[in-house]
Design a protein around this ligand. Structure first.
Ligand SMILES: Cc1cc2nc3c(=O)[nH]c(=O)nc-3n(C[C@H](O)[C@H](O)[C@H](O)COP(=O)(O)OP(=O)(O)OC[C@H]3O[C@@H](n4cnc5c(N)ncnc54)[C@H](O)[C@@H]3O)c2cc1C
Length: 459
């Protein structure tokens, strides 16, 4: 299935080491091998496993068997479509082992991972080497060890990046800007500091605030995994933990109204929910300090009780889990290699993308970057208007406003450049999708090895 040197360029005889045979590492190894590069794929299973990994296969889906919406009018569905056109091993194997799930692309997880494993272990340019990697090997290396990178390698990587990895990833919900009721929200920064338009404020009177706190305390929470000690930084506590500490804890914490005056009343509200711009174009807003372990159902039930969010469209719900990722916009160059050690590339969730498909997509881009480096070619990032381009803009930081604190993200329309002109809300998804599809084709023609390699149909 894999053949070498199809791109009409000389590929270095040196072997590239890909560490981690998850979604990103499998995609990256496959795409390199398909373009004639020899790959050693080092995977710590079955000798060592993270607490979330159970199977012996490559490309294991650790939780849901869904690769989410397959509709090209969703950002993730668009990413599916682009990966199919690129001949992604993850997407084509998912299609082959798809199970009925409405609009979602869900798979038979055993057959899916089995198919990817068979393709990689049977590939002439790939050698799968089991065992934990605890120091970076010589030569060109791709680190694709995911959110649960082993402790020994995490420590070794810290030596290269010069800072601590391993975070509790506190993810606050994100809302679509055009779904916030602007007759309630007001734009203001505390004490008028910074840009006056940087924050949207949702004011609450005392009664609404107390009702909200009671709802948080009574709500159903997600139980932490056994490997996730619920040990939070004081500055990063889940809202429900703060609510349980005292009725006014939130009003003195992330919901404090100091330095804010509601222009409609001329007074400071009792409490406030602040929304901070998530993308450079202000299409999406992050609920500041609203990291939470409430179940998504409870978040969807309770957050619309916040004045101004009655009809909010949530682009992402709040979460807290253990994660290992690097500050990619600062540490990586445009070709996803470490600025301080350019022979070391990164791929997958460790770069700060989130999700199975996003990680595979990142693995694909890294393979193109490594291939360009080895062949003396140029790595051409995908256009910003495509789903792959939006993800790339997230990792390189181009999609984010100045001062943005880098956090993992799924692919979202909020990461795309805004649509030109005025587009009705109901037409926006279709417009993003049409623009992406139009811009993807010309870029695809520049990607080495796609036309000749074709799309595999089965394992
Ligand atoms: C508990 C949990 C639940 C999740 N649920 C979902 C979900 O429902 N839907 C979704 O889209 N995403 C989910 N995710 C996120 C998803 O798992 C990741 O986005 C995706 O798997 C990342 O792909 P990756 O290739 O970067 O890492 P992984 O798929 O985790 O692959 C990394 C691989 O590297 C190996 N490895 C680690 N350290 C070493 C080492 N030192 N040496 C050699 N090999 C090593 C691991 O064994 C693993 O096989 C979840 C994550 C977690 C932790």
């Amino acid at each position: 299935m894999l053949t070498g040197g199809r791109c009409g360029v000389t590929v270095s005889e040196k072997t590239v080491t890909v560490i981690g045979g998850g979604l990103a590492g499998s995609e990256c190894a496959y795409q390199l091998a398909r373009r004639g590069v020899k790959v050693e794929l080092r995977e710590m299973k079955p000798q060592h496993r993270s607490p979330a990994h159970k199977s012996d296969q490559l490309a294991e889906l650790v939780c849901s068997n869904s690769l989410r919406s397959d509709s090209p009018e969703s950002a993730i569905g668009l990413l599916h479509q682009e990966l199919r056109r690129l001949g992604s091993v993850i997407l084509t194997s998912a299609d082959t082992h798809r199970v009925p799930a409405g609009e979602a692309l869900a798979v038979d997880r055993e057959r899916f991972s089995g198919a990817v494993t068979a393709l990689l272990t049977g590939a002439p340019n790939v050698t799968v080497v089991p065992g934990e990697v605890d120091t970076l090997p010589e030569g060109t290396v791709v680190v694709a060890t995911g959110p649960l990178t082993s402790d020994a390698l995490t420590r070794a990587l810290e030596g290269y990046v010069g800072e601590k990895l391993y975070f509790y990833d506190s993810i606050a919900p994100i809302v679509a800007a055009d779904s916030v009721d602007m007759t309630v929200a007001f734009r203001q920064s505390r004490w008028g500091r910074g840009g006056s338009d940087d924050y949207l404020n949702l004011p609450m009177d005392e009664e609404a605030y107390r009702r909200f706190v009671r709802a948080l305390c009574a709500a159903e929470k997600v139980a932490p995994h056994s490997f996730e000690e619920p040990k939070y930084f004081e500055g990063c506590l889940p809202i429900e933990v703060m609510a349980e500490r005292g009725e006014d804890t939130l009003a003195h914490g992330p919901m404090k109204p100091v330095g804010l005056t509601d222009p409609r009343t001329g007074r400071s509200p009792y409490a406030v929910v602040q929304l901070r711009m998530e993308d450079a174009h202000g299409t999406a807003y992050n609920m500041v300090g609203f990291q939470t372990r409430l179940t998504w159902t409870e978040q969807r039930r309770i957050f619309p009780s916040i004045p101004g969010l009655e009809h909010a469209e949530f682009l992402r719900m709040g979460q807290i889990h253990r994660n290992t990722f690097i500050d990619a916009p600062r540490l990586l160059g445009a070709d996803l290699s470490l600025r301080a050690e350019p022979r070391v590339f990164f791929a997958g969730q460790i770069t700060g993308v989130e999700g199975y498909v996003e990680s595979a997509a990142c693995g694909y881009l890294t393979a193109l970057a490594v291939h360009a480096r080895l062949t003396g070619g140029t790595f051409h990032p995908p256009p910003a208007t495509t789903a792959l381009g939006a993800l790339y803009r997230h990792v390189t930081g181009e999609a984010h406003p100045q001062g943005y604190v880098y956090q993992p993200s799924n692919v979202l329309f909020g990461l795309f450049p805004p649509l030109p002109g005025r587009v009705k809300k109901a037409d926006k998804r279709a417009a993003y999708s049409a623009r992406a599809q139009a811009d993807f084709g010309p870029w695809l023609d520049t990607v080495p090895g796609v036309a000749s390699a074709g799309t595999q149909r089965s394992a």
